[in-house]
Design a protein around this ligand. Structure first.
Ligand code: SAH
Length: 315
């Protein structure tokens, strides 16, 4: 007998924050293994938000989404001032969209790590196809355990991966270790508003965390604090919520099509396990999060000091 799949259920069963880090990383790995093709079909090679000018709406045919996700990478490059030809660790590389841009447009050499082996394989395939395999390599590896020596990189780049890290403080410390003095940390991340959250906000965030396999969210101020605590200097962040919120607009034809394809969703859940549905629940929840202002999105830049005396000097 086939078990029916309850598509309407959106309530978290196990709080992600209660899982031990190993089980938790496995859940993240499974999530990206099972949604690989879904993301590529809907979002293209970038598994992150798009960036629009204020007041601009996304086009209904979805084409604009790709321009917007490309743009977000360029915005982060500019904001973080990623130097041309830099040696980069891409911590949470997805299927390599951002890394291939860094390699092709900026001549960077990128070491990309992801928890998902199929993502790494797909990223390597894309690097080969683009003739960039000599400068962009991808592997399945925890970003907190790369095995790379101290001061290996000019840039540590983490685009929409920090939300998945159970120990965010450990990530900032590891990034500081991996960067050469003067090296740059570039982060784009989901965040929450500052201040105490009410029950409704907590409930909404709990659902997002559950469906997107994330342990917790931090505010941008908290990210900055963690960066300083890890020894970074010139720490700054910028709230990009208004520029990225369109990413969840149901006006995207492609998403609408899938949301209405409930039979297709049911089949997916049967084939791949019910967790795959988290992919579909994110849209309306994130939209509500941005509308109410509890969900935020930010870019963060920080610099590893060149000397301990230079800690607070701007880069
Ligand atoms: N940065 C990519 C992908 C973002 S999706 C892009 O912008 O397109 C989130 C990515 O973070 C996934 O590839 C996931 O495997 C990765 N990730 C999450 N936790 C990780 C960890 N501990 N170590 C390495 N990668 C991790």
């Amino acid at each position: 007998m086939e078990a029916d799949v309850e598509l309407g259920a959106a309530s978290p069963s196990t709080a992600m924050s209660e899982m031990d880090p190993v089980a938790y990383n496995r859940a993240v790995e499974r999530y990206y293994d099972t949604t690989l093709d879904l993301y590529e079909e809907l979002w293209g090679e970038h598994v992150h938000h798009g960036y629009w000018d204020p007041g601009k709406r996304p086009d209904a045919d979805g084409a604009d989404r790709h321009a917007a996700t490309d743009r977000l990478v360029r915005e982060l490059v500019d904001y973080a001032r990623v130097p041309r030809g830099a040696t980069v660790l891409d911590a949470g590389c997805g299927i390599g969209g951002p890394a291939l841009y860094l390699a092709a447009a900026l001549g960077c050499t990128v070491d990309g790590v992801t928890l998902s082996a199929p993502q790494a394989a797909r990223a390597n395939e894309k690097a080969e196809a683009a003739g960039l395999a000599d400068r962009a390599r991808f592997r399945r590896q925890d970003a907190l355990a790369t095995g790379c020596p101290d001061a290996s990189f000019d840039v540590v780049w983490a685009l929409e991966s920090l939300m998945h890290f159970p120990d965010r403080a450990a990530f900032f410390a590891e990034a500081a270790r991996l960067l050469r003095p003067g090296g740059v940390l570039a982060v784009g991340t989901w965040a929450v508003r500052d201040g105490t959250l009410d029950d409704q906000e907590q409930d909404l965030l709990g659902q997002i965390l559950h469906h997107q396999v994330m342990p917790s969210f931090s505010s941008l101020a908290e990210h900055e604090r963690l960066a300083r605590q890890a020894g970074f200097t010139a720490v700054a962040s910028m709230d990009w919520s208004a520029a990225v919120a369109n990413s969840w607009d149901p006006g995207f034809a492609q998403i609408r099509q899938l949301e209405h394809g409930r039979a297709a969703m049911r089949e997916l859940a049967r084939d791949r396990g019910v967790d795959v549905l988290g992919f579909f629940y994110a849209g309306p929840l994130m939209q509500r999060g941005f509308q109410t202002g509890v969900m935020r999105y930010g870019a963060i830049r920080a610099v590893k000091p060149t000397t301990s005396a230079g800690r607070d000097r701007p880069a």
